[in-house]
Design a protein around this ligand. Structure first.
Ligand code: ZN
Length: 306
C-alpha cells in the first residue's frame, strides 16, 4: 500500500505498556472460563481459541474477533501485566499504519453512511499489549483483535500482525489492513443494528444455529472489509500490485476449517463461527471487487450457499 503522507486518525487510545487491569469486583468468578492459559506470546495456538459466545450475556456488550467467534473474555490475576514497554521501530511503524488505516475507514464509511442517508460515528482504536479491559470484559491478546459494541472500540495488540506473518503465513500491509477493516466492519454492523440483532438472535438459538448466525455475521464483516478496500483504492489510489492477493491470502489462512485443522487436527463444521476459508475469500473478494453495499446480504441466502 502507498500511504505516504496520509492522515492518521486521532480516535486512538494508546494503552501499550499499561497493565491489563482487573475488572471491578464481582466478576472474579469468571476465571473458570480460562483454558487458554497455556498460550504463549508469539506461540499462539489458534486451535485452542474456542468459541464461547457468552460474553454478550454477561457483559452487556458484543465481542467480535477476526477469529475465535464470540470472543472469550479472560481474567488473569492482574499482577503479571505490568511491563516496562518500549516500542520498537517496527511497533511504531505498525501503530502509525493502524492510525492511517483507521483514518481511511473513517473517510470511507462517512461517505458510505451519507449515501445511505445516515451519519457515521467513528469507533475508537485501542492499542494494547498483553491484556486489556473493555466494556465487554477483560481480554488477552490470545483472543486476537476484537471489537466491543459496548464501548464501540476496536482492540488490537500489534503483536498480532507478527503472529499473522510468522504463524499464519498471512503477511503484507494490506493483509493487516484487512484485519482492521474487518473489525471496523463489525462496528458498521453495530451502527446498522445488524450486530446487536444477530447476537440477540444467537442468544435464543441452539449452539449449532447460533454458530451459523455467527458465520453469516462474520462473512458480512469480511465483505464490509472488502467494501472499505474498494473505496480506499478509489479515493487514494493506494493499492500496489499484490495487495489484493495479500488480503485474500489472509482470509484463506483464518478460515475455520484451516484453523481447526491446524489446532486440533480435524474439522467440525457445526462449530464453525467465521466461515470456511473459501467462504471468507469469496465475501471479501465480493466487497473488494464491487464496493456495492447491496451485494452484502449474508443473511438471506441458504446457509449452504454462502
Ligand atoms: Zn469478526
Amino acid at each position: 500500500m502507498r500511504l505516504n503522507g496520509r492522515r492518521e486518525s486521532s480516535n486512538v487510545e494508546d494503552r501499550r505498556g499499561q497493565r491489563g487491569g482487573r475488572l471491578p469486583g464481582g466478576l472474579g468468578s469468571l476465571s473458570g472460563l480460562g483454558g487458554l492459559g497455556g498460550l504463549k506470546k508469539g506461540g499462539l495456538s489458534i486451535g485452542v481459541i474456542i468459541v464461547i459466545a457468552i460474553a454478550t450475556l454477561i457483559f452487556g456488550g458484543d465481542v467480535t474477533s477476526i477469529f475465535g467467534g464470540g470472543g472469550l473474555p479472560l481474567l488473569n490475576d492482574g499482577a503479571s501485566t505490568e511491563t516496562s514497554y518500549t516500542p520498537t521501530a517496527e511497533d511504531e511503524e505498525l501503530a502509525k499504519f493502524s492510525r492511517q488505516i483507521l483514518a481511511s475507514t473513517e473517510d470511507v464509511w462517512t461517505r458510505q453512511f451519507e449515501k445511505m442517508g445516515k451519519t457515521y460515528r467513528a469507533p475508537t482504536l485501542v492499542l494494547f499489549t498483553g491484556a486489556v479491559e473493555s466494556a465487554c470484559g477483560q481480554a488477552t491478546s490470545a483472543v486476537g483483535p476484537f471489537y466491543c459494541s459496548g464501548d464501540e472500540k476496536l482492540y488490537i495488540d500489534l503483536d498480532f500482525f507478527r503472529t499473522m506473518k510468522q504463524n499464519l503465513g498471512a503477511d503484507g500491509d494490506f493483509a493487516y489492513a484487512y484485519v482492521i477493516a474487518h473489525e471496523v466492519g463489525h462496528h458498521v454492523q453495530h451502527l446498522l443494528g445488524i450486530l446487536d440483532a444477530g447476537h440477540s438472535q444467537m442468544s435464543q438459538q441452539s449452539k449449532t444455529d447460533a454458530n451459523k448466525t455467527s458465520v453469516r455475521m462474520e462473512l458480512q464483516a469480511d465483505f464490509l472489509a472488502g467494501v472499505w478496500g474498494y473505496y480506499e483504492n478509489q479515493l487514494f489510489n493506494s493499492l500496489d500490485d499484490g495487495d489484493i492477493e495479500e488480503a485474500i491470502n489472509a482470509a484463506s489462512k483464518i478460515g475455520d476449517d484451516i484453523l481447526q485443522q491446524q489446532g486440533q487436527g480435524y474439522v467440525v463444521p457445526d462449530a464453525f463461527t467465521h466461515g470456511r476459508a473459501d467462504q471468507r475469500m469469496k465475501w471479501l473478494k465480493r466487497g473488494l471487487s464491487t464496493g456495492d453495499m447491496s451485494l452484502g446480504d449474508t443473511f438471506s441466502p441458504r446457509y449452504e450457499q454462502l
